[in-house]
Ligand binder design. Sequence first.
Ligand SMILES: Cc1cc2nc3c(=O)[nH]c(=O)nc-3n(C[C@H](O)[C@H](O)[C@H](O)COP(=O)(O)OP(=O)(O)OC[C@H]3O[C@@H](n4cnc5c(N)ncnc54)[C@H](O)[C@@H]3O)c2cc1C
Length: 338
Amino acid sequence: MIDLLVAGGGPAGLATALHGRRAGLEVVVVERRLGSIDKACGEGLMPHAVRQLENLGVSVQGKPFRGISYLDGERRVNAEFRSEAGRGVRRVVLHAALLDAATAAGVRFVQDDVGEVTQDALSVRACGLRARYLAAADGLHSPIRRSLGLGVSSGGPRRWGIRRHVQIAPWTDYVEVRWAPGAEVYVTPVAEDCVGIAMLTSRRGGFDCHLDEFDVLKDRVHGHPHGTDLAAGPLRQNVRSRVAGRVLLVGDAAGYVDALTGEGLGIAFSAAELLVGCIVADRPGDYDRQWRRMSRRYRLLTAAVVQASGHPRLRSRIVPAAAVLPKVFAGVVNQLAE
Ligand SMILES: Cc1cc2nc3c(=O)[nH]c(=O)nc-3n(C[C@H](O)[C@H](O)[C@H](O)COP(=O)(O)OP(=O)(O)OC[C@H]3O[C@@H](n4cnc5c(N)ncnc54)[C@H](O)[C@@H]3O)c2cc1C
């Protein structure tokens, strides 16, 4: 019997596998896609996510950024990280680095769909394999979460994200978040000659339709080669519990608020470590409480910003308020960064 079966080989699954190997577990990852996997993502690693990767011994090439800027038509306000820098890293680069590290650490891979998951008091079965525990790292719309009835319907407007790369030298060492009435867009420097642009909105329409709301950005990237678009959503995924017997949810499968604050990878990496700690101690029931405590600050702050952004009058005051209260803005950004 395997110690840990990981369903899904995205960043959360691979980080879980790496922590598992570090703890001396026999780990198998089942992933249906081959090679370096791309995905709709703003590609900004907040400082705590960079730190967690370094702790795992994973080094990634990218572009450091030293803080977050909020911009509307007229204003720009910068919040610098107090600790180390964040890093913009193309998704395929991040995935390749995690994959190499997991392979070198002795993780076994099976290319397949995980399919049905069954369990008894001692083990979990999926994909013809039997394991002591299963980590469901199968993404935002986790089929395993659904099959276990762990999802809860999320109220409020449904938001979506669309990511596009543009071949242009980054013009700033901040992640720029621009606000318009119908969408937010954030630009992350990801390489010497490339920026990632992530559009977030609850309105219908493709990337170019929303880009029309951002004149300055549209003019800046005009005439430079644009990549293809990748979309994801609805972003908000509420989860009742992250544990059902011997199955534990990790990464986006464990619940997601929104991409607006660069939430995602850092929480996934922290959760991977907690999950492995709980199964090594044979106390899977502790994981849900630990996950809630670890992610609480990010979830509350992100939910508050998204909530405010949903009211047109409050929304138009977000950037002016950040400009008038730069220390408060920097404080919030650093709460999310650390
Ligand atoms: C627009 C947007 C912008 C974002 N920007 C940022 C950002 O700037 N910074 C940040 O930290 N986070 C950001 N995020 C969030 C971040 O992308 C996610 O938190 C992260 O990708 C979660 O990784 P994961 O491994 O949980 O899921 P995924 O990356 O989705 O991986 C899940 C994997 O599971 C596999 N899988 C699914 N079902 C099965 C199955 N049945 N059998 C086998 N394999 C299966 C899939 O093929 C996939 O490879 C953003 C998200 C969006 C949508």
